[in-house]
Design a binder for this molecule. Structure first.
Ligand code: ZN
Length: 127
């Protein structure tokens, strides 16, 4: 099999249970990109923004980043039902937020989500 992340070939133990479902990711990548959902609280006036992300400090190229998006759905399972406004953060949105953070509604129902952690420390003075 060829790993969809690192594109290396790897061997698969064929047995009866895996005869129709082959692994797409090699054992090395499974270990390296093991998902560890994390949450931070960003205080705002009159409340807080919950910020969920999967990887803290991981430098990968664009191809690997796209492949790791397959794990993004694990974040949705963590979001409480009363949080209704989800803002998915990527490089473009993060840069835009730096300019327009003042327009963000003051609501406890906002949730930020991203694949990789962005540093919102500098934002705390403005929201
Ligand atoms: Zn791999």
């Amino acid at each position: 099999m060829q790993c969809i992340i690192c594109r290396e070939y790897f061997l698969v133990d064929n047995n009866f249970s895996s005869i129709f479902s082959f692994p797409k990711i090699c054992p090395q990548c499974l270990k390296k990109y093991d998902v560890k959902p994390q949450v931070e609280v960003i205080p705002i006036q009159g409340g807080e923004i919950m910020y969920y992300y999967l990887y803290d400090d991981l430098q990968v190229n664009r191809y690997v980043k796209l492949k790791l998006l397959r794990y993004f759905n694990r974040l949705y399972q963590l979001i409480p039902n009363n949080k209704t406004n989800i803002l998915i953060i990527d490089d473009t949105v993060f840069e835009q937020l730096k300019k327009e953070i003042h327009y963000l509604p003051r609501s406890n129902k906002i949730v930020f989500m991203s694949l990789f952690r962005y540093n919102f420390e500098d934002f705390k003075n403005f929201i």
